[in-house]
Ligand binder design. Structure first.
Ligand SMILES: [Zn+2]
Length: 101
């Protein structure tokens, strides 16, 4: 019989330092677009609830381990804004320059 391997997620607690969480203990909040967001967890050692920013790399790692996620949409963007952004990405060969203004 095959057992599913339990993945652990290594993060840090403000109080305890390095801790390991299982995917069940983490909740991911994605911003619209789904590439970045925040993740929440309760430290298994001191039980304090915490929140960390998740960049796109962290988001893909967390999703790969099977954490549950929800898309947070406090400020809905319109269809035309999405199209404008997609268009800007197409014509801009170095997307980081968009962020630099
Ligand atoms: Zn802790």
């Amino acid at each position: 019989m095959r057992r599913r391997e339990m993945t652990t997620i290594k993060t840090t607690c403000d109080w305890c330092g390095d801790i390991h969480l299982t995917p069940d203990e983490v909740a991911l909040e994605l911003r619209p677009g789904g590439r970045e967001g925040d993740y929440r967890f309760r430290c298994p050692a001191c039980a304090s609830p915490q929140r960390r920013p998740a960049n796109s790399r962290v988001v893909s790692v967390l999703l790969a381990t099977g954490v549950r996620f929800e898309v947070i949409n406090p400020d809905p963007i319109t269809e035309s804004e999405i199209k404008a952004f997609a268009f800007a990405l197409e014509v801009e060969h170095d997307p980081l320059r968009l962020l630099a203004g």
